[in-house]
Design a protein around this ligand. Structure first.
Ligand code: HEC
Ligand code: HEC
Ligand code: HEC
Ligand code: HEC
Length: 165
């Protein structure tokens, strides 16, 4: 019994030691932080496009107690369910925002990382695909009307016209 206790302590110690010192937890920073760099019209003003989309207004669709119901919030808000540290600036009110699709931004938001696509992906940036959309666009949604990726992604498209596609 005692030996087993000590071996468990040892295993726990090894696990702690195995975590690299510079391991970064990826935190959600909120759409306003992305806006600083992603709202210039010649580069596609991604923030404005998102802000005028249904995703930014997803919390407005929840009436009364629905806005406190975890069963609705899980798809209608990026920030729902996160344990937020003091440095995280995201709010439930912003609805389905950038980081629901592109991943928590704290580790990729710096210019040096962002300029380099491979580095951004390594730091947690996601290039969204159909599978990601279907985490929310599925029959569990009480108002589900089906999901066609081509049609739906065209409705929310926010490409950078300055980049050769
Ligand atoms: C300090 C400025 C800055 C901030 C803050 C920033 N970005 Fe970027 N981002 C860039 C630059 C520069 C690029 C490279 C040029 C481009 O693709 O537009 C880029 C590229 C991207 C790309 C394109 C990746 C690709 O190659 O297809 C995505 C997606 C992206 N950013 C999302 C975000 C999101 C989401 C946030 C907020 C969580 C964010 N960025 C915050 C500057 C920034
Ligand atoms: C975190 C959950 C979530 C993810 C991920 C998500 N969506 Fe949505 N989407 C929603 C919610 C919630 C709404 C409804 C917002 C409202 O009107 O209240 C919505 C609405 C939309 C609408 C508007 C539909 C209409 O009837 O006008 C489009 C288009 C759309 N999403 C496309 C996409 C695409 C494309 C992807 C993947 C690239 C995606 N969504 C990923 C939750 C999500
Ligand atoms: C599995 C994810 C998911 C859950 C859970 C969810 N929703 Fe949604 N909701 C969506 C998506 C995606 C849309 C937009 C397109 C659609 O209807 O499929 C949406 C759209 C809506 C709309 C706008 C309807 C319209 O198209 O005009 C309302 C209202 C809504 N949801 C209410 C709720 C309520 C209330 C709950 C909780 C009881 C809830 N949703 C739970 C994903 C979800
Ligand atoms: C509903 C999911 C969704 C949301 C929310 C969303 N994006 Fe995107 N974003 C996408 C998809 C899908 C693409 C296209 C990916 C590809 O290249 O196939 C994309 C592409 C981009 C690109 C690359 C454009 C290019 O042509 O190089 C940038 C930059 C970007 N998003 C920034 C943002 C920012 C900033 C926000 C919030 C203000 C945001 N996105 C919100 C799904 C989303």
């Amino acid at each position: 019994m005692l030996t087993r206790f000590f071996s468990m302590v040892l295993v726990a110690g090894l696990l702690v030691a195995a975590v690299p010192a510079q391991a970064q937890t990826k935190e959600y920073i909120g759409a306003a932080k992305c806006k600083m760099c992603h709202n210039k019209p010649p580069q596609g003003e991604q923030y404005n496009k998102w802000a005028s989309s249904a995703h930014a207004k997803a919390m407005a669709s929840l009436k009364g107690d629905e806005a406190k119901n975890p069963k609705c919030l899980k798809c209608h808000s990026t920030a729902f369910g996160l344990t937020l540290s003091d440095t995280q600036t995201i709010t439930v009110a912003e609805g389905v925002s950038c980081e629901s699709c592109h991943g928590a931004g704290s580790a990729y938001k710096s210019p040096a990382v962002m300029k380099d696509r491979a580095k951004s992906i390594a730091a947690g940036m996601i290039i969204p695909d159909e599978k990601l959309c279907k985490k929310c666009h599925n029959a569990e949604s009480p108002t589900f009307k089906g999901f066609d990726y081509k049609t739906y992604s065209a409705k929310i498209a926010h490409p950078n016209p300055a980049k050769a596609q």
